[in-house]
Design a protein around this ligand. Sequence first.
Ligand code: AMP
Length: 219
Amino acid sequence: MKKELIFLGPPACGKGTQTTMLAQFLKFPHIDTGSLLRAEIKAGTDAGKEAKLYIDEGHLVPVELVAKIIKNRLSEDDCKNGYILDGYPRSLEQADALTKMNSDINRDEKADFRAIYFDIDTDILVERIVNRRSCPKCGEIYNLAFKAPKQDGICDKCGEKLTQRKDDTREIAQERFDTYFKETAPLIDYYKNMGVLRSIDANGSIEEVWERLLKVVND
Ligand code: AMP
């Protein structure tokens, strides 16, 4: 049965790292709305220009803009057996939009839909954000505090110069947390009530969280 996996959790809770690993493990596409939007910005599209205004402030991009990008992506052939959706939905309105998209795409086919919530102590997350660096070429994510590259500022995997996201500053990170608690956190109850929520303790090392994640994906 097709596996539709979505992920909830505050900014920098480790979803990006874990869902990238999970996508490779399950051989499903990893669809990350933040990266899709940053790609639109880089390409200078109209959608990208509009999205940048919101991203730079730590706010959510308008619902229709993201829905269009996501629906196109979920309709592609490589999502037929399953997908990993990281960073969508982020509001109740987006959750309703996703339910509708899934039923339009699947028609009468049944799918195994799960929302996996990364439950984490949020006090440490702003520090995690300001220490985050990523590779613009291969997408590998580093953290100067606990997963530093071997050579300062250089990607271990492909040798590219690492960059820091423009919205990974202390001030914008705070805005993103406010947006998360207001808009996205209500989805935890929404999916709990639907009976599709699985929670994992997202505190601890990458390896510890990975073990917990595999358990809820395979149960
Ligand atoms: P992320 O890379 O997941 O931290 O997302 C970076 C930024 O992209 C967010 O702060 C939002 O401005 C925007 N964004 C990502 N996903 C969504 C979404 N599902 N809905 C609206 N805005 C989004």
